[in-house]
Design a protein around this ligand. Sequence first.
Ligand code: 0A1
Ligand code: ZN
Length: 846
Amino acid sequence: MTVTQYLADWRPYPFEVTQTRLEFDLAPRTTRVRSQIGFRRKDTGDLVLDGAGLKTLSLAIDGRSLDLGLIRADQEKLVIPAADLPESFTFEAEVEIDPEANTALEGLYLSGGIFCTQCEAEGFRHITWYPDRPDVMAPFHVTIRSDKPVLLSNGNPMSNTTKEAVWHDPWPKPAYLFALVAGDLVAISDSFTTMSGRKVALNVWVRPGDQDRAGYAMESLIRSMKWDEEAYGREYDLDVFNIVAVDDFNMGAMENKGLNIFNSKLVLASAETATDGDYERIEGVIGHEYFHNWTGNRITCRDWFQLCLKEGLTVFRDQQFTSDMRSAAVKRIHDVQTLRARQFREDAGPLAHPPCPDHYQEINNFYTATVYEKGAEVIGMLKRLVGEAGYRKALDLYFDRHDGQACTIEDWITVFEDATGRDLTRFKRWYTDAGTPRLSLSEEWRDGTLTLNFRQETVPTPGQPDKPPRVIPIALGLIGPNGDEVLPTTMLEMTWAEQSFRFDGLGARPVVSLLRGFSAPVTVSREITADEQALLLAHDTDPYARWQAGHDLALDALIARATGVTDGAEFRHAIGGLLADAESDPAFAALCLWLPGEEEIATTIATRGLTPDPDAIHAAREALARDIASAHEQALARLYDAMDNPGPYRPDAEGGARRSLRLACLGLLSRIDAGKRAGTLFGAASNMTERQGALECLIATGKDGDALVAFAQEFGSNRLVMDKWFMVQPLRTAPGLAVARARELAAPPDFDWKNPNRFRALIGGLTGNHAAFHAADGSGYGFVVDWLMRLDPVNPQTTARMCSAFETWTRYDAGRQAHARAALSRLAAMPGLSRNTAEMVTRILA
Ligand code: 0A1
Ligand code: ZN
């Protein structure tokens, strides 16, 4: 049944829940859940509870049995008429559920013998009858009975005997933050003393044997706790903080109160098994989930339309954390790259929606780049507009005013208005309007005066034809022709569709360093010569703007080649200057040396109103990489050797920068040395960063046979490392061969496709190989849809998320479009298609 939920229909729940008591008797096929829920009436209305897939054994109010006929199974509701209810009462239920059969990984399920839960967004209704909505908050008291040695739930432990554990969480919380874990687990343990002197016990729980790979997660947790105290004045509020790693998980991790559950790939790391990128993600996600304790748990969302209240803010906070722990400049550039690759793409296609949507069919389809990453960008803009002190004041007020509440974006904006005295009415459009504004700049230069004429425009998105102008903070600086900065960073505030700004008294015409720090999530269109871009690349004082200048030069060169115009000599030349100075800032040099990806090139071509040709794009990128390698072979080879990292591996920003530059050089050089250096490095590398980097080069050059066998022999028993093996092959194999290779890899028995990490590795690896996925014969589309059809009955959430690979299908030529439409229509017509996937396919095909 397809039901659309509308924000306009939200009504307060007519009852308060005073206390939630749960008792679990765990068994793989028949888990018993007994609940006692205290209700107190707040308003008129029936008692409506949510429940899905429950075998209900009994229901009662204040000990009086209820007729099971009150269950409306088709609507997944239990409705108890108001007339049968006193002012205050205890509702009791006993239900039976089947964790072993739960392959959707929503509610209570088994992952490799470990009982665990995932309740966001609406998983709790798969556990028992409850008002499963985020604005109903209650303290939880949980008893778990099981043979498993470790029994965990939210809050503080009350008692723990063999076979029974009791947990009490005093902080009122919505059901989506409930968690339970029972398994044969071991912990690495530590403690943290909070700023007010309370000692908190910390545990990272993993399978026996994995302890030696859990240390970095623990260090990251301690750094997160300290950082939140220093940066936001937020202290942890329970006696224990538990993290559990499980192998089967639909997302990255989950912020359940005091009991975070993580996808094991975001916990386990050692030099031999994890890359620099893995370490950085572990630190960032541990931080993210921990920061949710205040932004999400203590202050939660009133309804799921407000999801970005907790997610946008928590992403913003985890980005600040990573900037402080590592390099702020590199972090900003990475975040911009991710935003463009995922969110701009979403915003430009059929799945576009605002950070605060006003309707949905399946909320699980809205854990998107727009809600998360754009939600964070919007907060970055707010901070730029009100300044550091204003932001701090607003956040203090937010925590003071709303602690313990379920809030809205409206509340959030009001806090900023009250704290700073600014009227943010127009700013709110960033939350309610979809689409990426296009900012155009034209310049006039006369008698020492530079006039900048800006225009903003946002094209219509599904359901939103009119796009009024937004408030756009534009940070800019001016660079004189000799490379000196003649105007330091200045913040302009654009509020109208067209607006001009004048700069007087300039000696010579400067070059505008625009959108410094990526001050707003917009695309930019401006007249700028390759020489001016090269000047910015050489002299801009803002690292983001400097990188962007080089990146634009590269993109222009690539697009010129892909569309058969010129050969991008300026970029090749600029690379020379960059290489000469690379050792002074290896991270920056590496960022510039990684050429824009094929997907980004296609997006840019489409934005310019042309039809991208995936094969031509691939060929152009390969040719430019080869040209650069030939033109700068000596400098690249010298740098490659110089960036060797003797000594033990350390997953810090400095070492990571050197390895990243080393691998960027290797990537270019292996285009002309037939994979020679990559082969040597693969054999010699002592860490996974270089191992995997070398392997990817070998695959791309078709020289991978021995290396892949050796890799599988060495790591065959490590699931997470083998996920890499499954991912890099479809991702890096030459486009003409990649679909066939993916098909071979998908054969039994090693392709454990019911595990979301493994499915995403192989199928996601192929969708990340632009020219292979968009193969002209439709084989990429067909292969992916075959697998989505297989996964949907087993795991609708992961299937639906992966449909977004198709969100760009209309920008390609008629032949490819016909293949994509046929594949998607096949999926749409599958009998019994899940509500999750049905919504995605319908929107993509609309
Ligand atoms: N709230 C988590 C992410 C998350 C969302 C949904 C899930 O299941 C549908 C699971 C996890 C976070 O932001 O980390
Ligand atoms: Zn989150």
